[in-house]
Design a protein around this ligand. Structure first.
Ligand code: SAH
Ligand code: SF4
Length: 394
């Protein structure tokens, strides 16, 4: 499917069968882990490192899912691999394409759980917004995902698998022998979907390391942004072990308000968070931190808030990303007016910080930040309603 594909709404494909159990999935393993399982299943120890290199390239550089395609491996060895291993990624259950080109995928992971993945095309680039958990254990009061109980953490395979799934859909795997296309449709990743990535640290790290690996998907660490609500003890580790860009869901300028909006603030307050953030750019070699700030009418959007915000972030290389609140059914807040958002942005800008206002993308398919739960549940509800009305059940 190309970027100019016709606009479709709610293309529901019936789920295919889940991968057969019993085989070890090679996706999501670090190189060391892959080496260990290969040896365990008959690859001679002396060859293992080289085999990892070859298989890795087939999976992550060329996007192959079938051992039979791995033509630089002996036929018998390919068969041996197929006996013990599989190359499996989450399954696309449905795909919706917005009138602005945004694509929202609902993918199914083991156990029948579903998570959402959003692809946002932009001029000369494109960003994939991926999920790290099913639901979220945190309960930010403006976020619909936060009203969903956590079901579980995603595995590294399920996290990097979202990237592989999107590359499949965008038809973006290079073809051996043909020159690589330098402008990528999927050029950036943001960990801003469902879940708190720093509460699933190891899997997020392993998945992002795979996405960054130069002999594979090969995305620069500067093209990956991890968004956290403020899990302070994991911030230094993020710098050291992942090295990607960091965004933080700041959203308030006093502890009193932040306690209500982002309750993790009761555990690690604004001061503790800012202290952890101060070290981040140094540890990752001078990158700006993105402060995300959701604009909620009469809650956190006054001129005083803007001035306080500027004071708080003083000394931290930063940009402030203002997010107009995306409403969902029953949400206890309203979006600030455009005038208010612009006035707020201007105060921050005058203080010397970039203060872009995030344009909601994919609103017609409920793909905007913080709406990811409602979309799935609504689809489910409407399917249920249809069943009730027609007397049919699936
Ligand atoms: N759990 C992580 C990442 C996911 S959310 C985090 O909280 O940072 C990505 C961004 O969207 C966060 O800044 C989040 O606070 C914001 N967000 C959540 N719900 C929203 C809504 N309804 N409208 C606008 N932004 C929202
Ligand atoms: Fe979880 Fe982030 Fe939503 Fe808060 S904003 S509930 S941390 S997904």
């Amino acid at each position: 499917m190309s970027a100019n594909a016709p606009i479709t709404q709610d293309v529901l494909t019936l789920p295919r069968k889940l991968p057969e159990g019993g085989k070890i999935n090679l996706v999501g393993l670090t190189r060391d882990q892959m080496r260990a399982v290969l040896i365990e299943h008959g690859t001679p120890e002396k060859q293992a490192k080289m085999r990892v290199g070859q298989i890795w390239q087939w999976i992550y550089q060329w996007g192959k899912r079938d051992f039979a395609d791995m033509t630089n491996l002996a036929k018998a060895y390919r068969a041996q691999l197929a006996e013990h291993f599989e190359i499996a990624i989450p399954e696309v259950v449905s795909k919706q394409v917005s009138s602005d080109g945004t694509r929202k995928y609902l993918v199914r992971i083991a156990g029948g759980h579903e998570v959402e993945v959003v692809y946002i095309p932009e001029e000369g680039r494109g960003t994939l917004c991926i999920s790290s958990q099913v639901g979220c254990t945190l309960t930010c009061s403006f976020c619909h995902t936060g009203t969903q109980k956590l079901v579980r953490n995603l595995t590294a395979a399920e996290i990097v698998g979202q990237v592989m799934m999107a590359r499949d859909d965008l038809e973006e795997w290079p073809v051996p022998g043909e020159p690589k296309d330098e402008t990528r449709l999927l050029s950036n990743i943001v960990l801003m979907g469902m879940g708190e990535p720093l509460y699933n640290f190891d899997n997020v790290r392993d998945a992002m390391k795979i996405a960054m690996d130069p002999e594979g998907i090969s995305l620069s660490r500067r093209r990956i942004t991890l968004s956290t609500s403020g899990v302070v003890p994991e911030i230094a580790r993020t710098a050291e072990e992942i090295g990607c860009l960091l965004a933080v869901s700041f959203h308030a300028t006093t502890d009193e308000v932040r306690n209500k909006l982002v309750p993790i603030n009761k555990r690690w307050n604004i001061e503790a968070l800012l202290n952890a953030l101060r070290d981040y750019p140094r540890l990752t070699n001078s990158e700006r931190i993105t402060f995300e700030y959701v604009m909620l009418k009469d809650v956190n959007d006054s001129d005083e808030d803007a001035h306080r915000l500027v004071e708080l972030i003083k000394g931290i290389p930063a940009k402030v990303n203002l997010i107009p609140f995306n409403e969902w059914p029953g949400a206890p807040y309203k979006r600030s007016s455009n005038n208010r958002i612009h006035a707020f942005a201007n105060i921050i800008y005058q203080a010397g910080y970039a203060s872009p206002i995030r344009t909601p993308r994919g609103e017609d398919i409920l793909a905007a930040c913080g709406q990811l739960k409602s979309a799935t549940e609504r689809a489910r509800k409407s399917r249920k309603q249809i069943e009730a009305e027609t007397g049919l059940s699936s």
